[in-house]
Design a binder for this molecule. Structure first.
Ligand code: NAP
Length: 282
């Protein structure tokens, strides 16, 4: 793609930022959609975040994604926050408005639900309780997404019970905190299990979870995407349960930012998945 002087510019701020897959992902879409634009990594140290964000309008940058460690720190720098960002308590997408003000959004909930619906088209939120393992930033986004779908009960199960209780109390009904050592009972009538912990990531411990109590017809979604087929997903498939991996969440969460910055709603296609998988495998 050859840029013109009118090219739109967006990017990702992180510290470090070199590991981010976002430039590759947005670069693919820019190329495939024939957009006169660029998406670049910005290595921004925590102490420089405020100055870097404040400089975006002067530079004519259309907006940025934020990754670790900036998602929570940026909350206070936004002129406006979407309701979703406020409920999740973190910003991952910044849009520079016409008047130069910064609007903060969080697209992880959108990415989660779009991926779940694409990967398990028969899943219906209202069909029964959902169990979410974890109470960190990702679990918060998953819980917000499920709360918006109308799931009758969302059971938060976390190693540190106080964090599960805090998440349930922050977001309110139908979230409830359930103890980790009572997971069997939490799973017994569940229609969905989501792993939103770091368990199962390559190089780390796998979750030791007995899936036997889950009813036939339940869906198991692991948002860990390295490896793509986690031990949890392999066990669920072995039991004949429907499975959804985490890579699609990463791809779908990028769509709203791309649309806002470059004016095109990009697609998540099998070719895009293969392109990003190739990078992850490398
Ligand atoms: P985080 O805020 O650090 O939270 C980590 C969570 O994992 C906490 O609930 C923590 O429990 C739990 N945990 C860690 N080690 C554990 C262990 N040994 N046993 C039981 N629980 C354990 O991390 P995060 O940002 O939420 O990310 C969580 C995962 O989601 C990561 O693997 C990340 O890559 C993935 N993720 C995927 C996407 C996607 O697009 N697919 C997006 C965001 C995140 P405690 O509270 O007890 O410490």
């Amino acid at each position: 793609m050859i840029l013109t002087g009118a090219a739109r510019v967006a990017g990702v701020m992180g510290w470090p930022v070199a590991h981010s897959r976002s430039p590759r992902l947005h670069g693919y879409w820019l190329d495939h959609c024939g957009v006169d634009g660029a998406y670049v990594p910005f290595a921004v140290a925590p102490d420089d975040l405020a100055r870097a964000l404040d400089a975006l309008p002067a530079l004519g940058v259309a907006g940025v994604n934020l990754t670790v460690p900036h998602k929570e720190a940026a909350l206070g720098r936004m002129a406006s926050l979407s309701e979703t960002a406020r409920r999740i308590g973190a910003v991952n997408t910044v849009i520079v408005a016409e008047d130069g003000s910064l609007a903060g959004d969080n697209t992880d909930a959108f990415g989660f639900i779009e991926n779940l619906r694409a990967g398990a088209p028969d899943w219906r939120a209202e069909a029964g309780p959902a169990v979410v393992l974890g109470a960190g930033g990702a679990a918060r986004a998953v819980a917000v997404a499920l709360q918006d779908t109308g799931a009758p009960e969302i059971r938060i199960v976390n190693r540190t019970p106080a964090r599960a209780e805090r998440l349930a109390s922050d977001l309110g009904a139908p979230l409830v905190a359930r103890p980790w050592d009572d997971l069997d009972r939490a799973l017994a009538d569940a229609r969905l299990l989501v792993n939103a912990t770091t368990l199962g990531m390559t190089g780390g411990p796998a979750p030791v979870i007995d899936l036997a109590p889950l009813p036939a017809g339940a869906v198991v979604n692991d948002i860990v995407y390295v490896p793509r087929v986690t031990a949890l997903l392999a066990a669920a498939a072995g039991r004949g349960l429907a499975t959804v991996d985490g890579l699609g969440m990463l791809l779908h969460q990028a769509r709203p930012g791309f649309r806002a910055w470059f004016g095109v709603d990009p697609e998540v296609t099998p070719e895009l998945r293969a392109f990003v998988e190739h990078d992850l495998d490398a």
